[in-house]
Design a protein around this ligand. Structure first.
Ligand code: PLP
Length: 382
């Protein structure tokens, strides 16, 4: 993936995770402490003073994430949206403007459209696959182009390197939400992005047992500004949550390989199924972003969406008929999930420019035995 030094899996397992100097523990301990004994008034014994500002378990995760994304600074938050909020309020001030995908994740859209606008931030949704439309959306006050690729839930693909050029040409930053791809499949900073956003709740955590978020940047100065607001506003990842994400990161590569190969088989099954009108997956040659995805991703990911010929009714019915695929929100865990975006994850964008089709079903393809996944879908679609 165009980077020198240790490979991804080596970094994911070792970066920031030296054996514990006190005991030799191979695994970074969970430092369940709010405060640290100091040498004297105004002096520090350990480099740590209070766990909102810094905690060793969180620091290990932050270093590991920075290494995994080939950035210079990583920061771990209580959720993906807490990370997004910190980033947006650092790079935008009242009166500033951001360009967002016209199919952005609903929670990102809600944060910008309903919270940050109250603080004076302006936004323009644009189709990020169309560079002319992105250029047309830029204003002198644009501070960031916010990219998500692939997008949730429509699996749209944007060209990260081309968007970086467009954003930088306008004096704006390129932010990439890398949640769907994960750093194993896609490295936005190496392609010119300034900041990567993650919901670590998803593939990084990988086991549906934690809610978390992260920012990684290639800009040390911006990293300091983000760390300031992370501490000042305080939406940090707790030590146990940080430890769970750190544990997930170690197996990200092997999990993603299986997510991708299972997804490919699911896509082939759905593409041939008479009840399915369209399969949305960047690995399909007919996907409009296929060539870009093939260039900038190692493989095409574990998320698959499809539209049903029977419309909303068929989509809702299918979601209720699977048993290996669990009906539920979220994604990126080892277990397969199915959901109806229009009524579930994306109900917050109903009636807006970002409304998703009602006949759409989204799958987070897990790492179970693929034949069981295919049989489950076959039964639900029969
Ligand atoms: N970005 C994407 C692409 C997501 O799918 C999500 C959550 O689903 C988020 C950000 C927000 O993350 P969190 O739910 O951890 O706040």
């Amino acid at each position: 993936m165009g980077t020198d030094g240790p490979g991804f899996e080596t970094l994911a397992i070792h970066a920031g995770q030296e054996p514990d100097p006190l005991t030799g523990s191979v695994v970074v301990p969970i430092y369940a402490t709010s405060t640290y004994k100091q040498d004297g008034v105004g002096g520090l014994r350990s480099g740590y003073e209070y766990s909102r500002s810094a905690n060793p378990t969180r620091a290990a995760l932050e270093s590991a994430l920075a290494a995994a994304e080939h950035g210079v600074r990583g920061l771990a938050f209580a959720s993906g949206l807490a990370a997004e909020d910190c980033l947006l309020r650092t790079i935008c001030k009242p009166g500033d403007h951001v360009v967002i995908p016209d199919d952005a994740y609903g929670g990102t859209f809600r944060l910008i459209a309903r919270v940050l606008t109250q603080w004076g931030v302006e936004y323009t949704p644009a189709p990020l696959g169309d560079l002319g439309a992105v250029r047309a959306a830029l204003r002198p006050t644009t501070r960031a182009v916010w990219c998500e690729t692939p997008t949730n839930p429509l699996l749209g693909v944007a060209d990260i390197a081309a968007l970086a050029e467009v954003a930088h040409g306008a004096g704006a930053r390129l932010v990439v939400d890398n949640t769907f791809a994960s750093p194993y499949l896609q490295q936005p900073l190496a392609l010119g992005a300034d900041v990567v956003v993650h919901s670590t709740t998803k593939y990084l955590g990988g086991h549906s047992d934690v809610v978390g978020g992260a920012l990684v940047t290639s800009d040390a100065e911006l990293g300091d500004e983000l760390a300031f607001l992370q501490n000042a506003a305080g939406a940090v990842a707790g030590p146990f949550d940080a430890w769970l994400v750190l544990r997930g990161l170690k197996t990200l590569g092997v999990r993603m390989d299986r997510h991708c190969s299972n997804a490919q088989r699911v896509v082939e099954f759905l593409a041939d199924h008479p009840a399915v009108a369209q399969v949305l997956y960047p690995g399909l040659p007919e996907h409009p972003g296929h060539a870009v995805a093939a260039r900038q991703m190692r493989a095409f990911g574990g998320m698959v969406s499809f539209r049903l010929r029977g419309g909303e009714e068929a989509a809702v019915k299918t979601c209720g008929l699977t048993s290996v695929f669990t009906l539920g929100e979220s994604l990126g865990g080892v277990e397969s999930l199915i959901e109806h975006p229009a009524r579930m994850t994306h109900s917050s964008v109903a009636g807006s420019a970002l409304e998703v089709p009602a006949d759409l079903v989204r799958l987070s393809v897990g790492i179970e035995t693929v034949d069981d996944l295919l049989a489950d879908l076959s039964g639900a679609l029969a």
